[in-house]
Design a binder for this molecule. Sequence first.
Ligand code: DHE
Length: 511
Amino acid sequence: MPSLAKEEFDHAKGIYFNRCGGCHGSLRKGATGKPLTPDKTRTKTVEKLADIIFNGTDAGMPGWGTTGTLSKDEATLMAKFIQNEPVAPPEWNMKDMVASWKLHVPPEQRPTKPMHKRNIDNLFAVILRDAGKIGIIDGETHKLWTTINSGFAVHTLRYSHSGRYLYTIGRDAKATMVDLWMDPPQTVAEVKTGIEARSIDSSKYKGPKGDFLDKLAVVGNYWPPSYTILDGQTLEPKKIVSTRGYTYDTNEYHPEPRVAAIVASVFDPEWILNVKETGQILLVDYSDIKNLKVTAIEAERFLHDGGWDASKRYFIVAANMRDKLVAIDTKTKKLVAIIEVGSKPHPGRGANFMDPKFGPVYATTHLGEPLVALIGTDPTGKYKANAWKVVRKLKPMAEGELFLKTHPKSSHLWVDHTLAKDVEAVRSISVFDIKNLDAPPKIIKVGDRGRVVHMEYNKDGTEVWVSVWDKKGEIVIYDDKTMTEKARLTDAELVTPTGKFNVYNTRHDIY
Ligand code: DHE
């Protein structure tokens, strides 16, 4: 076993947290990436491992050297690090959460009406990943309104059902809450729910008297493996629920079942949480958190990202290392199908539209091959014969697709290839014509630097916003109908923009 000096070990630990842990797990047991426990890594030489780390693999692992993130020496350091025993990060209990909780502006000191005339529903919050900030861009003027400090490398964000509050979650598990009624919007509360996290959502069920609206929030933690229920007005931590337990299939104990995607139902007081390593989908009823009711659906291992079908009755999630999509019915609270798609499906939240031949479909992109798979989502209607089957396969420009997007008012489907091997593909978008899905996509070259990632529509569904993920980042806005560039936002503050979330579309799960 290669020995490492303390500084080398600490440096490697930092790199592992930032670059590797998300896919391989803190305990290196594997998920989206292969297991990296010493019994596996010590069968290879340091040189071989360093080569994989530097150059990547055909199976979808990025080349951390070829993409300019790690030097040759760092790749060698990481090769040695993963031949050592993994060290579990510390636990994070309620005492730690409460100590980290800051209520900057209590609810009674907040405005009682919006303090500005902007159209809140057409604001976009943009993740400025490496700056540890969120940018708020006005969708009407296309101008960056303000930036707000957030958690380190914010991963995703959601809005409260009313649209007033923005909730963000950083890779470091810091959740923040921003009041969009303020001028400019400000962080009103923050809390650290763990050491590492990726998902957050709000309570979206209205209830008979609107009792649940903006009432609660939930964070899905990677470490400690758990979810935390928070007060939706203050982020005060209310309850921690561990997800450690047994895999759904072999009933083996797993010490690190991480919470991946979360969505919130509008029909029930319920969050849908995906537990990656044990392969369970949890329907968490938040109507009485003292007596928490959880339905644990046996699904498939390595659940990662997903979204609603157009009716918002079915939830569809990728089990990416199993090359499958899983569909559940949130009405009957049961699994409805496990569907073989392509290599490493990665839908983001997916895309819903009417296929001219096959009816309502949900589409997913894939990391491992140039493929957009369309599955039928109408099990009770005219198209029920197509339900939960792959009805069509589309071929985008390249593999390494992360996200796709459409809008009910659009007849286009936009697909990125952020992690493609070919740099031209990384910087381009494939756009399919939904009315003529047999035709090849139109390829749009977005820019000459960075990686092109993640699309979002404006409220009306007439514009598509695309990020150029680079230190000198850009947001490029296309006219959806003509697929021509309408505006290119550049600003010294636009550092590494990744996900963008339009208030209206995100609160209504329009994708
Ligand atoms: Fe993500 C969504 C986890 C890498 C940008 N990412 C998600 C979700 C999860 C997740 C669980 C679903 C959240 C939800 O819907 O509730 N992502 C992970 C990882 O574990 C992984 C593979 C490795 C890691 O260490 O983080 C990973 N993700 C990335 C990136 O490299 C991206 C491109 C840039 C970054 O931030 O590191 C990235 N992930 C995003 C974005 C979303 C997302 C923009 C939200 C998409 C949406 O439209 O909802």
